[in-house]
Design a protein around this ligand. Structure first.
Ligand code: PMP
Length: 409
């Protein structure tokens, strides 16, 4: 697959922040797995919303309120289409992946998970897809189980039959590992969960903006994403919930907007998704997420995935061939990020060194402490790419890493 049909230089020009110097060098932003940059189209949508349409949603009977409501609900429709959800009612706006997973753990988990049940996770989960389940397990007396990670950074699926038994009520796993770049076989895992009567929860923080994600084809019950990793603002995300499962999930937060009627001692609640959106939502954020979805669709996620793939293969090949003392962690077949260690330097020191040359990497445990422990590493350095990056930037990174290798030896 190639992405030759897209003018990538013109795409890069959409991102004002990329065209600056940092510490006297052209910025090389290789930290998009932590947070992506925003194109002018998204920034303009936010400005337009605040300059023309800003008001609270759903409540007011005035023109601006109905415009804000329309914009908010239009964004919900865009996200639904983007994920191929059967209906926009299956899309709940959240602050991000972390909140989406907590919502499932708190609302669905508290109602349906009991003592003696099990929650199945994997050893490669981000803390956001681990700690909420630990809290649920503590509250309910359920146990946690983990699909092991093999030396090559893939899941040991041979262990699935003994782990995924009828006691498992929830199987929650990441689509793409934020440290290893592993792409998990989501559809197979969702099918396996359903076969034992468990619901599946997919952490799509690293995948939603990078490759086509079709919730119906994947067959998942819940899927959580973060807007800020896919060109949208911070503080907005979405949780997809399959209608049948959402219908039987009680509310999460209580407050305005999620109720039908309230008396002093009892309230009744709206249907999904409004039942899960108490209080004034992040309206501008949702508008920004809608604009980001439009933007990503205009490039095409197949093209984005192909371009990411070309960058990551090139980076991998150059790092292995041209930088002494580097070890890449994770499978060869990976999404658009490379986690690595330089034998002579702690990841924090290497990342700080790179920053001196305007190269933004990430160094540390990447909210994957159990995984780092498993690989006996204090952490890794991570270069993560998005479609606005170039091979020339990778070449510059290689030069900086070569100099670092000399500096630290
Ligand atoms: N899961 C994965 C795989 C991630 O990479 C991240 C962000 N680093 C999260 C969950 C959490 O996302 P957020 O902080 O946007 O809620």
């Amino acid at each position: 697959m190639t992405s030759d049909s897209v003018n990538w230089e013109a795409v890069r020009a959409d991102f004002p922040i990329l065209h600056q110097e940092v510490r006297g060098n052209p910025l090389i932003y290789f930290d998009s797995a932590a947070s992506s940059q925003k194109p002018r189209q998204v920034i303009d949508a936010l400005t337009r919303y605040y300059e023309h349409d800003n008001a609270n949603v759903h409540r007011g009977l005035h023109e601006l309120s109905s415009r804000a409501t329309d914009a908010f609900e239009a964004a919900r429709n865009k996200v639904a289409k983007f994920l191929n959800a059967a209906s926009a009612d299956e899309i709940i706006f959240t602050r991000g992946t972390t909140e989406g997973i907590n919502l499932v753990a708190q609302a669905y988990g508290t109602r349906y998970v009991k003592e003696g049940d099990a929650i199945l996770l994997t050893e490669m989960e981000h803390h956001s897809n681990l700690v909420p389940w630990q809290l649920l397990a503590e509250r309910t007396g359920a146990s946690l189980r983990f699909v092991p990670v093999l030396e090559d950074g893939t899941l040991d699926l041979s262990k699935l039959p003994e782990l995924l038994t009828p006691e498992v009520k929830i199987f929650s796993f990441t689509h793409i590992s934020n440290s290893l770049g592993t792409v998990n076989p989501v559809a197979d895992l969702c099918r396996a969960a359903r076969a034992v009567g468990a619901i599946s929860v997919v952490d799509a923080a690293q995948s939603a903006g990078h490759l086509p994600v079709d919730v119906q084809a994947l067959g998942c019950d819940f899927l959580a994403l973060s807007g800020h990793k896919m060109c949208a603002p911070t503080g907005i995300g979405a949780l997809y919930g399959r209608a049948e499962v959402l219908e039987k999930t009680p509310p999460y937060h209580g407050g305005g907007e999620m109720i039908v009627s309230v008396s002093l001692h009892k309230s009744t609640y709206k249907e999904a998704p409004h039942r899960f959106e108490a209080g004034t939502p992040n309206i501008a954020g949702a508008v920004g997420l809608g604009a980001a979805v439009d933007y990503l669709e205009s490039i095409g996620r197949q093209n984005i995935a192909a371009h990411d793939g070309e960058l990551v293969r090139y980076a991998q090949q150059r790092m292995e061939a041209d930088v002494p003392g580097i070890r890449i962690i994770g499978p060869r077949d990976r999404s658009g990020l490379v986690g690595f260690v330089m034998e002579s330097a702690h990841p924090h020191d290497l990342t700080t060194y790179a920053d001196r040359y305007g190269l933004a990497l990430r160094g540390g445990h990447h909210c994957n402490q159990p995984l780092m422990k498993k690989f006996k590493l204090p952490g890794t350095s991570r270069a993560s790419f998005y479609f606005y990056n170039t091979k020339e930037e990778i070449d510059r990174m290689i030069t900086i890493l070569q100099e670092a290798a000399r500096f630290f030896s």
